[in-house]
Design a protein around this ligand. Sequence first.
Ligand SMILES: [Zn+2]
Length: 234
Amino acid sequence: MEIINIANSIYTNYLLRFDKDVVLVDCGNNISLEKVEKKLQKYNIALEDIKVVILTHVHADHVSYMEDLLNKISPKVVLGKEAVELLQKGEDQFYSFSSKGNRKLTYLAAKFRGGHPARWHAFDISKYNPIIVDKEDDTSLAEYGIKLVPLPGHTQDSIGFIVGKDFIVGDAIMNSIPAKHLIPLLIHNAEDFKNSYKKLIDANADKYYPGHGAPLSLDKLKENLDFAMQVEEL
Ligand SMILES: [Zn+2]
């Protein structure tokens, strides 16, 4: 299995290439399906090779071409429990923040956008019969050696998964500016965030793949544990 990032280091968009099948993680930030198709061609991957789409959580920068993709192909769709309702809303929820600076930043971003939250075309994901992850170590994707886990905190629908010695974590941690100490800008529930962070460490993976920033080691997570345990919702 090979892990490929088809986006960039600030907004990652991973795909896992198995022998024939491809598992896509999230659906990009502000990019059309046509552009994605071109990117895939570089790796000799056709849209039809995507057999699974795992949505780590519903935020605008993770769902960009999702609806268009699902209208073209019929992969298995995997997401967290509250994702169905959130996709139907069609806009980001500004929950709580991990610092006052982050609140200001998000406010400015919204202002720049025209005074509204980040949006996408709202759609009903339930018609694609998604697999809902709401228990530990979900084995719905065992055929790929994937173990799905809920990782609530950043958002309540957040999920991640372990494959081999790798842990794909969505925004449960953030490894790029303006985030500090791996703490995401938005924290919906601080207690859940802390438990998810501990879950990541307990998994003892070799490498962690965040939704934003470069992959990182278990040591880096351990180094920042104290900061993570001090997180509050603001
Ligand atoms: Zn997010």
